[in-house]
Write a protein that binds this ligand. Structure first.
Ligand SMILES: Cc1ncc(COP(=O)(O)O)c(C=O)c1O
Length: 390
């Protein structure tokens, strides 16, 4: 983050700068590089989902949808939570459709937090968390996950909780590490949340992207958590529709109401014709969801050996679109930011420096994230380039 003050910008956002994704995607275009930076797939999702959006546009579903989201989508989200997690939610009072998971997170954080409240969360973390916490005037208290296992230190977590802690924000499967929290780890978090009467915000956007038989355990399924948890997800990652920005949250009515009160003044509503289309996706048979994970696992298994052969230390990833590597075997000074800025010029590949996912930048300085949600030939070419000029 730049240290210079940005004129006019609120103090709350000083230091946040432009997101690295914008910078790196622009660099990918300017240098005609393979973009393994931003996490978006380069193939379309299920035909039925795309056709449903086209049909909705052609049948006139083009005006503001209802504030909480279209009933057909809220009903499909409720069925999805029941089918995969055995959780039941009232579509009218306990489910809210949002402009991607990003807006669900913003609505939840802005709707729940007062100035000085604290949010305990893990770093590395999705970059919008810190910005939204700052906009709310609240304070992020990060606990660092460290490679290779990216587990957390229970003592560090306990020490991060104070009398001001209001929210525990958890992302599993986890971006950027691909870590999938185990039942024991989640139980520890649940105990902390209950003991300290915290609201849990569970960012589960990669809920269907798991490898090697790993299981996603929804936080709200742990005893005592359903009634203190806002579960957030989106259709972007599951149906290869990241540009549609259809997300949602599920939780007890009081928490959803608080989040909705903020959300209604952000976008109010979005994506009318995409909402029924995502509803079609959520009702697809189990085979679709299993195939999606298997396909992504094959892509992971294509990229990882290539990164290893290029000289990086590659950490295991059990879910998401991403893998993290330690660049020091290739670049001994371990400056991941400089490495990522030079890589497109050197070999035509874009990656993301993990330091942007940390409040304590030094923890992620030597780490770099590659996305593998790309076609096989694109991954093969990226590997070829990285092995030639890593
Ligand atoms: C952990 C995490 N949460 C939320 C999001 C945002 O999802 P959406 O595109 O639905 O806003 C992302 C997208 O990369 C993510 O990685």
């Amino acid at each position: 983050m730049p240290s210079d003050r940005v004129p006019y910008l609120t103090d709350k956002l000083q230091g946040f700068g432009t997101t690295i994704f914008a910078e790196m995607s622009a660099l990918a275009t300017a240098t005609d590089s393979i973009n393994l930076g931003q996490g978006f797939p380069d193939t379309d999702g299920p035909r039925e989902v795309l056709d449903a959006a086209v049909a909705a546009i052609n049948s006139g579903v083009n005006q503001y949808p209802p504030g909480p989201g279209m009933p057909v989508l809220r009903a499909a989200i409720a069925r999805h939570q029941q089918r995969f997690y055995g959780l039941s939610y009232d579509p009218d009072s306990e489910i809210l459709v949002t402009a991607g998971a990003t807006e669900a997170l913003a609505g939840a954080l802005l709707g729940l937090l007062d100035g000085g409240d604290e949010v305990v969360l893990f770093e590395p973390m999705y970059d919008s968390y810190q910005a939204c916490i700052a906009l709310a005037g609240a304070v992020a208290k990060p606990v660092t996950l460290r490679p290779p296992s990216y587990g957390f230190d229970p003592d560090e977590l306990r020490a991060a909780i104070t009398s001001k802690t209001k929210v525990l924000l958890v992302n599993t499967p986890h971006n950027p590490t691909g870590k999938v929290l185990s039942r024991d780890e989640l139980q520890f978090l649940a105990d902390i949340a209950i003991d300290h009467d915290l609201v849990v915000i569970a960012d589960e956007v990669y809920e269907h992207l798991l490898f090697d038989g790993a299981q996603h355990i929804a936080l709200a399924t742990l005893p005592g958590l359903r009634d203190r948890t806002l579960s957030i997800s989106s259709g972007g990652k599951t149906f290869n529709t990241t540009g549609w920005k259809i997300g949602w949250m599920c939780g007890p009515a009081a928490l959803v109401t608080a989040a909705r009160t903020a959300k209604q003044f952000l976008t109010y509503v979005n994506g009318a014709p995409f909402q029924p289309a995502i509803a079609v996706g959520l009702d697809l048979p189990d085979d679709f969801f299993l195939g999606l994970a298997a396909d992504l696992q094959a892509k992971r298994d294509r990229l990882l050996p290539g990164l290893h052969a290029a000289g990086f230390e590659v950490f295991p990833t059990s879910g998401t679109y991403f893998v993290t590597v330690d660049i020091r075997p290739v670049q001994p000074d371990g400056d991941g930011m400089a490495f990522c800025r030079a890589l497109p010029h050197r070999c035509g590949v874009v990656a993301i420096p993990n330091e942007v996912f940390y409040a304590n930048k030094h923890e992620g300085r030597h780490l770099v994230r590659f996305a593998f949600c790309k076609r096989a030939e694109v991954l093969d070419e990226a590997v070829r380039r990285l092995q030639t000029h890593p």
